[in-house]
Write a protein that binds this ligand. Structure first.
Ligand code: ADP
Length: 263
């Protein structure tokens, strides 16, 4: 079923729309009389199966960009499409549904419920999907097995190492089978060995499940483990390691511009 407000997109050669597609996105914050232009015209397309790191100094606009990619915010101008849907046209409720259906979040601080077992933490997002208890549990067990924690189902967060807690958080982000997984400094609270394990796990999810993984980090070593690096500076994409793809409907090589063609 096509949700209301969904805009048919040029789905591209692969036959499906990008996980997220930003076109000339501006985001301004107004505080008192002052306007801060946190993003000044960002265009960025991320496809399924991409492993992208967004890097940049503090204040460059990374969190703002992350919130837009995660459907937590709307642009001041420009277009943000997530799974083909233009977020500007959507109500808050529809945005929440879009997030629940398509996006998994992972945070530096894990944000697990401390008195709740790993399996119940992971099953939690499925309550909003209307799945019954047995179905939720089966999906949570399978997600925990996918992150190598099938033997830690009944453990509470305090009984797990930092690396294991982050893997539980990744399982929770995955359990709804999102097409996009957003991770904000996912290794920020981990030592280098656990950090490397989390990065390798995210890479495996990209390869095996075709999920688009986007991490935000200020750590260049972490960013280098991703397949694509997007560097943000002063509210703009200053560098993108992926070769830009030219939309075929804009430029047709070899065809002269109409204005140059005599009648
Ligand atoms: P980063 O995540 O790279 O540190 P942010 O996206 O948080 O950068 O911030 C980009 C700019 O926007 C900064 O100048 C910041 O002060 C400003 N900014 C961010 N959020 C707000 C807000 N809610 N209100 C006003 N200004 C903000």
């Amino acid at each position: 079923m096509t949700p209301p407000g969904a805009v048919p997109t040029a789905a591209g050669a692969a036959g499906r729309e990008p996980a997220v597609d930003l076109d000339d996105v501006v985001r301004e914050y107004r505080t008192g009389g002052e306007v801060v232009r946190a993003l000044r015209g960002v265009s960025l397309r991320i496809d399924a199966g991409e492993y992208v790191a967004i890097v940049g100094p503090s204040g460059s606009g990374k969190s703002t960009l992350m919130h837009l990619i995660g459907a937590l915010d709307r642009p001041t101008s420009g277009t943000v499409r997530i799974a083909g849907q233009d977020v500007a046209r959507m109500s808050d409720g529809a945005l929440a549904e879009l997030r629940n259906a398509h996006i998994g979040f992972v945070f530096q601080q894990f944000h697990l419920l401390n008195r709740t077992s790993a399996v119940d933490n992971v099953a939690l997002p499925l309550i909003y999907r209307g799945r019954n208890a047995a179905g939720r549990r089966a999906a949570a067990v399978s997600a925990l097995e996918a992150v190598g924690l099938g033997h830690r189902l009944r453990h509470r967060p305090s009984q797990l190492s930092g690396g294991e807690q982050q893997r539980v958080a990744i399982a929770r982000a995955l359990v709804g089978e999102p097409r996009l997984l957003l991770a904000d400094e996912p290794t920020g609270n981990l030592d280098s060995r656990n950090g490397a394990e989390v990065m390798a796990l995210l890479e495996r999810l990209v390869v095996e499940r075709g999920v688009a993984v986007v991490i935000v980090t200020h750590d260049n070593e972490v960013a280098d483990r991703a397949h694509r690096q997007v560097r943000v500076r002063d509210g703009l994409v200053a560098e993108d390691s992926a070769a830009p793809t030219v939309p075929t409907d804009v430029v047709t090589p070899g065809v002269p511009a109409p204005a140059d063609t005599p009648a």
